[in-house]
Design a protein around this ligand. Structure first.
Ligand code: NDP
Length: 347
């Protein structure tokens, strides 16, 4: 099989071409199937900003929530794959599964470590790495369990046109019953889409008068800020959170490729003077606490009731050759996706 391995862990922008490239394409032989395993062919790769954190150079592993990807190991990734051979009583050839694999064409996985993908009633295979995968779980868990968002409250969401953010907007407005939802996203087109999902207003952070617009849109301040972006947007948003308000610290994509992190926090004193509760979380917390089935139940209910939309606009599916895998992933960091960014591998 062909695989992309981590050749050189980056501490700034990954390099996608040339001798110093971050990732390298190699050919390797997979191990023989043991009992209760499956040989799978990768159909879809999930593109996640978190993968950037798994390859960062020079981080103390004790400060990471999962072990880093080791140099020369295949680049870890969530996938949807097809079973090609099986030694498991539970999984048959031809079935689709989702789980953790890597940037690989084929893989051998433990049957116990994958989930069966069942497509029905408008739910597609790619949704198992999107609305019904880590992004959907993260959106619900972060908003409801971590931030404790309630009916009648005002919710501000950054990264609002992304996989997590676009789901947060819909859960806030249509499941939680927030009075007002304000999105922040890059560009007019994305903002209008976020509004079509239920945001009362979405503000383009690339616009010249962004700060003024955000202040106007958050008149009276917000109960909850769901942050996917960090940096300067977080810094400004801290000045817009109500006294005793809450921040769900979900992600900080604006800093992932920047040595030292871009946009340091100048408004820290806001947290003190306004008694703002900032809670970081990782979706693994919900998994370990056994909360996944209940959250999936809520998401499926929302989808079936038409409250969470799974239309084509909620994902950006790039059909690509295996050679293009790292470059498609890089689109996450330049806003090249609306909704979930999925790589569909073509032979
Ligand atoms: P997205 O679909 O949101 O993709 C990334 C988006 O981030 C881009 O499309 C872009 O949108 C935006 N972005 C990129 N660079 C910047 C920047 N410098 N400033 C502002 N916005 C930027 O990815 P996900 O929905 O998968 O992830 C969203 C966040 O949630 C990430 O930070 C991720 O790490 C985090 N996360 C956390 C989890 C947890 O357990 N805590 C689990 C899953 C995700 P635009 O065009 O609007 O700029």
């Amino acid at each position: 099989t062909r695989q992309w391995v981590l050749a050189d862990p980056p501490n700034s922008e990954p390099i996608y071409e040339g001798d110093n490239a971050t990732f390298k394409l190699v050919k390797t032989t997979l191990p023989e199937l043991r009992n209760d395993q499956v040989l799978v062919k990768t159909l879809y790769l999930s593109n996640d900003p978190a993968q950037r954190g798994w390859i960062q150079a020079g981080v103390d592993p004790e400060r990471l929530y999962v072990p880093p990807v080791a140099k020369n190991d295949p680049m870890r990734s969530y996938v949807v794959s097809e079973v090609i051979a099986s030694t498991s009583a539970d999984l048959e050839v031809g079935q689709l599964v989702s789980g953790q694999s890597s940037w690989t064409e084929y893989d051998v996985l433990d049957a116990a470590a994958v989930n069966l993908v069942q497509t029905q009633g408008g739910i597609k295979a790619t949704h198992f790495i999107g609305a019904l995968g880590a992004p959907g779980l993260t959106a619900y868990y972060g908003l409801v369990d971590v931030a404790g968002a309630k009916a009648g409250e005002t919710v501000l969401v950054s990264g609002a046109a992304g996989a997590v953010g676009s789901t947060v907007v819909q859960i806030a407005k249509h499941l939680v019953g927030a009075k007002r939802v304000i999105g922040i996203a890059g560009g007019e087109k994305k903002c209008r889409w976020v509004e079509s999902l239920g945001a009362d207003i979405c503000i383009d952070y690339k616009a010249a008068n962004f700060k003024r617009q955000l202040i106007d849109a958050t008149h009276g301040f917000v109960d909850v800020f769901y942050d996917n972006v960090g940096g300067e947007i977080l810094d400004l948003a801290l000045t817009r959170v109500k006294r005793f308000g809450r921040v769900a610290a979900c992600g900080a994509i604006s800093s992932y490729n920047v040595p030292g992190g871009k946009g340091s926090i100048t408004n820290w004193y806001e947290i003190i003077s306004n008694r703002i509760e900032v809670r970081g979380f990782i979706i693994i917390d919900a998994i370990m606490a056994g909360k996944v089935p209940a959250i999936i139940g809520k998401l499926v209910e929302g989808i079936q009731a038409g409250k969470i939309k799974l239309g084509d606009e909620s994902e950006t599916v790039k059909t690509a050759k295996f050679e293009e895998v790292p470059k498609i992933w890089s689109l996450l960091f330049t806003g090249g996706n609306q909704g979930k960014l999925v790589t569909e591998l073509k032979d």
